[in-house]
Unconditional design. Structure first.
Length: 43
């Protein structure tokens, strides 16, 4: 069984919060790409 680290949850929470309030378009694009890619691969 693979145990997920709680740090991943913290990262995604912070990244999502930053992306929703930031004007940093390149960061928002990268986070969106990572989330879509992870969703498609089932990660």
């Amino acid at each position: 069984m693979i145990k997920k680290s709680s740090n991943h949850g913290i990262f995604w929470h912070n990244a999502t919060k930053y992306a929703s309030t930031s004007d940093d378009e390149s960061f928002v694009d990268e986070v969106a790409y990572m989330m879509v890619t992870l969703h498609r691969t089932g990660a």
